[in-house]
Design a protein around this ligand. Structure first.
Ligand code: NAD
Length: 397
């Protein structure tokens, strides 16, 4: 068990988006407050100025630091001696680029929601800007913070699965099986290409499934063949997609892995529906987010077993994330918090000029965000060409 509480020094944090009615704002606030690494001091919380101010007051913030425009916030905060050091951006997709760019240019470190941008060019620009301004960035693939996801990654890295042959990953729920975009603003913008980008479920949830696959296996995606449908009447963007994946061949293995990704909002009966199965030459793994503290492991020729949070074979990278005794369910909020805490450890080390704990360095980066956007662009091209194979290189050169 690991007590990560750290109060001094803290990182001065600001938030863009995440207002009272937002879906993801509360997850960020819980995560940043959990371990004492951050103080939420400033924000522009809502597209509606009045609602934003009201919410900032409810959070107990200094009214001077509750802004109504992100440009004003970046300017004012970077001019203050006690201005924010890091900003979390959690607004609808099409706004990410301009907001992130403004804070990067002000030299403010960044935690950016996914998909990080709506075009590959914009994602590459953000990476260049982050390098130019020497700014540390994370993209918020929060599911990578589960201990059993880190454990799966370590098992693959340590050769317990052998060479990876097959990866099957899915994020398929049934929450959009009816025209929910007519009832909720959050669902409406996700189905508007001007705000969501060119995809709905692939960007909204499919990129999480992809990140899980590449994070755990260490493989890089090479090409995709995608088939997208929109089943709900009147819906413009896809609410279901099946994507064949081909990965780069790692130097040490004799063949390249193949895989499959399913993203859906019309999988009636599936609740959250994120999961992954990985099959290698020496064994298989399965993890489902609705039962996050169990990892199914089937070593070749041995009895399959289920690893639990107190299993002795857990690697240090997973053990360090346990916060309570095994058997107490740890879940979604803790995973989000783990990503925030890892990012904070790296940012504090950067500021202090010290070396961060190597085990804290697995937080999702802007390059991971770029990989997601490249995947989306390749899927769109492929499905527009009747599922033809489209190359999806993922490096930011
Ligand atoms: P939402 O529509 O519920 O909330 C968006 C919030 O941003 C609202 O408070 C809105 O008023 C505010 N906003 C919009 N434009 C703004 C601007 N220019 N300045 C300041 N505030 C502004 O959306 P959501 O579901 O919270 O999603 C936000 C982002 O988070 C999206 O990119 C989405 O893909 C991502 N997301 C990620 C996860 C995850 O697990 N990592 C989960 C849900 C959403």
């Amino acid at each position: 068990m690991h007590n990560r509480f750290k109060k001094n020094p803290t990182l001065r944090y600001g938030m863009v988006g995440g207002g009272a009615t937002s879906q993801i704002g509360d997850s960020h606030r819980v995560a940043l407050q959990r371990d004492g690494y951050y103080d939420l001091l400033a924000g522009v919380f809502d597209i509606n100025p009045q609602d934003g101010r009201k919410f900032g007051a409810e959070l107990g913030l200094d009214p001077e630091r509750v802004y109504t425009d992100y440009r004003e916030m970046a300017k004012a905060e970077s001019a203050r001696e006690d201005g924010i050091q890091v900003v979390g951006v959690m607004t609808p997709n099409s706004t990410h680029f301009a907001i992130a760019k403004t804070f990067l240019e002000a030299g403010i470190h960044l935690i950016l929601e996914k998909p990080i941008t709506t075009t590959v060019e914009d994602a590459l620009d953000l990476i260049q800007l982050a390098r130019k301004h020497n700014v540390l960035c994370a993209s918020m693939y929060g599911y990578s913070g589960y201990p059993m996801v880190r454990q799966a990654r370590a098992m693959v890295e340590n050769g317990e699965l052998g060479d990876i042959n097959v990866v099957q990953t899915e994020f398929a729920h049934g929450n959009c099986a009816t025209a929910v975009e007519q009832q909720s603003e959050g669902a409406a913008w996700r189905n508007d290409p001007k705000i969501s980008g060119q995809t709905f479920v692939l960007g909204d949830i499919g990129t999480h499934a992809l990140h899980l696959a590449t994070f755990i296996t260490g493989l890089q995606l090479k090409e995709v063949s995608a088939d997208r449908q929109s089943f709900v009447s009147g819906r413009v963007l896809e609410d279901n997609a099946n994507v064949l994946l081909r990965f780069d061949k790692p130097e040490k293995s004799s063949q390249a892995a193949a895989g499959y990704l399913w993203a859906s909002g019309v999988a009636v009966g599936h609740r959250h529906g994120l999961g992954i199965r990985i099959f290698g030459t020496k064994g298989g793994l399965e993890w489902r987010q609705e039962h996050p503290n169990q990892l199914h492991f089937s070593p070749l020729g041995q009895t399959p077993r289920i690893l639990e949070l107190d299993s002795p074979e857990l690697y240090p990278c997973a053990k360090r994330l346990l916060r309570v005794g095994a058997g107490h369910p740890e879940g979604y909020f803790e995973a989000f918090s783990n990503v925030y805490a890892d990012f904070a450890e790296n940012l504090l080390a950067k500021i202090e000029g010290s070396e961060a704990d190597p085990l804290s360095q697995d937080f999702p980066t802007l390059e991971d965000g770029l990989a997601g956007v490249k995947f989306l662009e390749a899927c769109v091209k492929s499905s527009e060409n009747n599922g033809s194979c489209v190359i999806c290189a993922i490096h930011a050169d």
